[in-house]
Design a protein around this ligand. Structure first.
Ligand code: CMP
Length: 138
């Protein structure tokens, strides 16, 4: 089924000039970029993005890292886009991610794992609503 999903190239990967390599891997896996923008995410926006992690000990460090530099937001479309993107990203923990995946090749560790990918269609909808408000159908 054709779906839309969200990817975020994180500050570690932007700083290491990996945007092109990551975008290449994504485009080679039959996903189409329908919008792209580089932004700084505020702590308010990150609180909302990561609200499912409230109470987890890593949340403050994750928010500090994600607000430490620019990120690249990717709006992506394709067959089974949510699953497809997550599979290209690899395991959340770069130490467990397979070679060839984005996190396996470019992740440093946690939370510096190079990319975020929505974990379900519901999450994608919520995250796109938050980060690409200009794409809402009114
Ligand atoms: P992401 O796909 O953005 O979703 C939540 C993020 O939390 C995850 O990628 C990691 O960057 C971060 N994360 C998850 N588990 C841990 C952990 N144990 N320690 C630090 N950061 C983590």
């Amino acid at each position: 089924m054709k779906e839309t999903t969200l990817g975020i190239i994180k500050p570690d990967a932007v700083e290491k000039k990996l945007i092109g390599k990551i975008v290449s891997k994504i485009e080679n896996c039959s996903l189409t970029i329908t919008d792209i923008k580089m932004v700084y995410l505020s702590t308010n926006t990150l609180d909302e993005l990561y609200k499912e992690h409230i109470g987890k000990t890593f949340l403050p460090g994750l928010i500090e890292f994600m607000s430490s530099g620019p990120v690249v937001l990717l709006l992506l479309e394709g067959e089974d886009a949510v699953k497809n993107l997550r599979s290209i990203c690899g395991d959340t923990n770069p130490e467990k991610a397979l070679p060839g995946t984005i996190r396996g090749d470019f992740g440093e560790g946690l939370p510096k794992n190079a990319i975020h990918a929505s974990d379900s269609q519901d999450s994608a909808k919520r995250e796109i609503h938050l980060l690409f408000p200009e794409h809402q159908i009114i």
